[in-house]
Design a protein around this ligand. Structure first.
Ligand SMILES: C[S@@+](CC[C@H](N)C(=O)[O-])C[C@H]1O[C@@H](n2cnc3c(N)ncnc32)[C@H](O)[C@@H]1O
Length: 436
């Protein structure tokens, strides 16, 4: 059976059923999702065998076991992250949860432990995360394009060994997981990496390279779990055998306002990649704090996406670092974007502007675009722009293969191939090699 057999409404119905016991939907969603996460770990052989009791108590025990596997998993036993004991579940609700996950492949098959389905399931379950914090998964094929335009050239420029990237709105980790794999197995452009690059050191290097921060503590814990699950799977060991000394750089924090979180240190990243929230802050106090912290972009009824751009370009990126984002294009049309367009963005080296408004990106009802900049003053006179001619004629069965998205990828491929050809020709000319 596949995920397609379960409609979004079925997640809603289950949450409503469980909420009769927990008293509210937020904790109901956490109970349901934690049950999937534990199944994922045990069914993939990532968690050590235990003698947990059946039922909700067994779930709490399993979460403790997972939390003990690695320091980065400690939030799974933290009642501030998962307040499950305070709002316990009865037998009927638990049976409904078990029956739901029996039918649902949140566990993926034995070859896939990346946890994409787990992330998507959290979005479907948690209305609070969707509406309150604008959680909306970035599909893996979008994440890969963003990384090709940012992390990949950053690795070419600074080398994969010491590369550092961050997603400061990492959600459940779709971008972070894709970045982990890109650093672990760097793309090959005309050179053969030595075999040692794929061993345990590559896993350690990839974990060290990738950082993620999110306001949602459970989403952040899920990102940490997914990065560790990928690491353990590649190493062929359980989560408890991934060395505790290996860093998992994921934190729960307000990326826009927190100035103490070490992962948000200024100038630390060669690539910043995000699908930031597009909403306007609902809490007036937060709205004013963000406005005060980002006066250059947070004007009028600003979208949070604008301060996120400023955070990445002005603070997190190292000089020359790459910043790629899938973001709402509302700033192009609305008054709040005027200073952003005329004063803020022109300070930076724009590399790509891609109109993705015609592409079908599930969950992203808002028209979007991709912006890629380098954190330095403009260089040269060329910005690569991919303009949209229209939308999808109908909702594609596989959104990654939609006509518009494929056309965007083809245009990116052609441009990158041309750039490589040009760079090769320039190199040959400068080194005195004869050109054809
Ligand atoms: C569009 S989602 C990103 C999804 C993510 N790329 C993924 O695929 O899981 C936006 C995320 O921004 C987070 N967020 C909103 N405001 C934030 C803030 N001030 N600091 C950090 N994260 C924030 C939300 O919790 C949400 O997870």
């Amino acid at each position: 059976m596949t995920t397609r057999t379960l409609s979004p409404a079925s997640y809603d119905r289950l949450t409503a059923t469980v909420a009769r016991d927990t008293g509210e939907r937020r904790t109901a969603a956490l109970w349901i999702h934690a049950a999937a996460l534990v199944r994922h770990a045990y069914d993939h052989g990532l968690a050590p065998a235990d003698d947990r009791p059946p039922g909700p108590d067994g779930l709490l025990k399993s979460l403790e076991n997972l939390a003990n596997c690695h320091p980065a998993l400690a939030p799974l036993a933290d009642p501030a992250v998962l307040p499950l004991r305070e709002q316990p579940l009865g037998a009927a609700a638990w049976a409904a949860v078990e029956e739901f996950w029996d039918r649902h492949p949140a566990l993926e098959d034995e070859r896939r432990v990346d946890g994409y389905a787990l992330g998507d399931a959290y979005q479907l379950l948690s209305e609070e995360a969707r509406k309150g914090r604008a959680l909306c998964q970035t599909p893996p094929w979008v994440a890969r394009l963003l990384l090709r335009l940012s992390l990949e050239p950053a690795m070419e420029e600074w080398g994969p060994a010491d590369i550092r990237m961050i997603d400061p709105a990492c959600g459940t980790g779709h971008i972070a997981v894709a970045a982990f794999h890109m650093v672990r197995v760097p793309p090959v452009h005309g050179r053969r990496p030595s075999p040692v690059e794929y061993g345990p050191r590559a896993v350690e290097r990839a974990l060290a390279a990738v950082s993620g921060v999110d306001l949602d503590a459970y989403a952040a814990a899920l990102t940490a779990y997914r990065l560790l699950a990928c690491s353990a799977h590649v190493l062929g060991v359980g989560l408890d055998r991934v060395p505790a000394s290996w860093p998992v750089n994921v934190a729960a924090a307000d990326s826009l306002l927190d100035r103490t979180e070490p992962l948000l240190a200024a100038g630390a990243y060669h690539a910043c990649v995000a699908n930031p929230p597009y909403i306007t802050p609902k809490d007036p106090a937060i709205r004013d704090q963000v406005r005060a912290a980002y006066p250059q972009v947070a004007a009028g009824k600003y979208s949070l996406a604008l301060p996120f751009t400023a955070l990445m370009l002005d603070r997190l990126a190292t000089p020359g670092g790459f910043v790629a984002q899938l973001t709402a294009n509302s700033f192009m049309k609305r008054e709040f974007g005027r200073r952003y367009v005329t004063e803020f963005l022109p300070r930076f080296d724009a590399r790509w502007i891609i109109d993705t408004s015609g592409a079908y990106i599930p969950g992203h009802g808002t028209p979007t675009c991709i912006l890629v900049h380098r954190a330095r003053p403009p260089v040269g006179e060329t910005v690569t722009v991919i303009r949209g001619n229209g939308g999808e004629p109908h909702v594609p069965e596989d959104p990654a293969r939609g006509l518009v998205w494929r056309a965007i990828e083809d245009a990116v491929d052609s441009r990158l191939a041309w750039d490589r050809f040009q760079a090769g020709a320039d190199f040959a000319r400068l080194s005195g090699e004869p050109t054809p």
